[in-house]
Design a protein around this ligand. Structure first.
Ligand SMILES: O=C[C@H](O)[C@H](O)COP(=O)(O)O
Ligand SMILES: C=C(OP(=O)(O)O)C(=O)O
Length: 441
């Protein structure tokens, strides 16, 4: 049964206008009868891992689609995204000798905040696409009308996704001894070849350790956590449950949930909601964030100053990160709050290309991560991780990378229904570059 989380009277930004309140009520109460997708104890484990990240003892990799879709929740797509994250984690772990906490932006990332409530094409104006949890991407009045039954479909799609992710990560697929096999099926290219060499090195090291009698049982499985933006409160609230062990509330729609840049207003329903749950939580922070507001956010979300509880996911843009981040990190650190710092190098670097596609330049993505590391190294704080929009597919959505995707190439395979993602090769390239940055201690 859902727990009455409260806060329903507070203003909630970025919510859809559901046309049929009776249908909404029915969908919300159906969700309330469904089992939790994650167990509170797993959320606590992730909180411990995030605490290690905040102390500089581990690095967190959060990655996945900008917006998952029901149609793309196929076995192949899920497998390739998981493989990409496992490969990136192997590169980071081996390259920088640091444990990597793996978190998929998966199994719940079905709702999107938008800059505008509507979209106009050739003189026709319709509601904006707000994610498959709300409406359909197709540009017709029927498809764009918010349908609460989609909340229920999002639960089932998330459940199926998580089921497969759990199967992959605990059933032997993620065994580090298969590190070379994770490259199979991807297009051969420069990053692929570099990974192939790294995988051979890891394999050789594992064989050596095996010959020395090491016990590899713990390598058969890997921890993998789910995360999404806690945007649609009509989805998150009915999935919020009382933990029978402690009596505390947990949002059981995912292990880690975050509040976005557009919904993190103090006094708003989103921060209030995450203040009531005990999951590890994140808040996106742009270059425009007011540091006094952020200190109030800390007091609201982490009054006990619990390591691992609160992550600030900074997304400032490559041009602003070096100016805007230092004051924020300094003031937060001076306050004594054990915040975990993660860099999202995607959302501050979006622009419209001359061919009309929403895109990001791989160089800007890398430069923002570099700026993030520079700032933290300069202040003696820990650059805790990265949060990236990526796919295991060979899409052409972000320009640049060693494949040198150009503006003119974007139309070749642009599949995102919202923001541009790094493709498989760009994701691996980023991992190699971040491993170098991490290794420079
Ligand atoms: O993923 C983030 C936001 O949903 C997205 O950047 C908003 O995009 P829009 O400006 O096209 O609405
Ligand atoms: C909308 C997102 O980011 P932000 O809130 O930082 O704009 C996102 O990560 O999907």
């Amino acid at each position: 049964m859902p727990a009455p989380a409260g806060g329903d009277d507070l203003p909630a930004a970025q919510q859809p206008v559901w046309p049929d309140p009776v249908a909404l009520e029915a969908a919300v109460s159906t969700l309330g009868t469904y089992p939790p997708l994650v167990f509170a104890g797993e959320c606590d484990v992730l909180k411990e891992r995030m605490a290690a990240v905040s102390r500089g003892e581990a690095f967190v990799l959060q990655g996945g689609d900008c917006a998952e879709t029901f149609a793309s929740a196929t076995a192949d797509n899920i497998r390739d995204r998981v493989k990409t994250i496992l490969q990136m984690a192997a590169v980071l772990t081996y390259g920088a000798s640091v444990p990597v906490v793996k978190v998929g932006r998966m199994a719940g990332q079905y709702a999107k905040p938008r800059s505008s409530d509507s979209e106009t094409r050739e003189g026709v104006t319709l509601p904006a696409f707000r994610g498959d949890m709300v409406n359909d991407f197709e540009f017709t009045p029927e498809a764009r009308t918010p349908d609460p039954q989609r909340l229920v479909r999002a639960y089932h799609a998330s459940s199926a996704t998580l089921n497969l992710v759990r199967a992959f990560t605990t059933g032997g697929f993620a065994d580090l001894r298969h590190v070379q096999e994770w490259n199979r099926g991807f297009v051969a290219n420069a990053a692929f070849a570099r990974y192939e060499r790294l995988a051979k090195d890891i394999d050789r090291a594992l064989r050596f350790m095996s010959a020395c009698g090491a016990d590899f049982d713990r390598m058969k499985t890997t921890e993998f956590f789910s995360a999404h933006e806690a945007l649609l409160l009509d989805y998150e609230r009915p999935l919020t449950r009382v933990d029978s062990r402690t009596g505390d509330l947990y949002d059981t729609s995912g292990h880690f949930v975050w509040v976005g840049e557009r919904t993190r207003d103090l006094g708003g329903a989103h921060l209030d909601f995450v203040s009531r749950i005990r999951n590890p939580v994140g808040v996106k922070v742009s270059a425009n964030a007011d540091v006094d507001d952020l200190l109030r956010v800390i007091d609201l979300l982490d009054p006990e100053r619990e390591p691992g509880r609160l992550t600030f996911i900074t997304r400032m843009g490559s041009r602003r990160v070096r100016d805007a981040l230092p004051t924020i990190v300094e003031r937060v650190t001076a306050s004594g709050a054990p915040v975990t710092w993660v860099c999202d190098p995607m959302h501050g670097n979006t622009f419209e290309s001359s061919s009309g596609f929403k895109t990001r330049d791989f160089e800007d993505v890398v430069d923002e991560v570099r700026g993030f590391f520079e700032v933290h190294r300069g202040l003696g704080t820990h650059p805790g991780g990265i949060h990236v929009e990526l796919t295991g597919n060979d899409v052409t959505e972000c320009i640049g990378g060693s494949e040198k995707i150009l503006d003119a190439d974007l139309g070749t395979r642009y599949e995102s229904v919202c923001d541009p993602r790094l493709n498989h090769q760009q994701s691996l390239e980023l991992a190699f570059l971040v491993a170098e940055m991490l290794g420079q201690d």
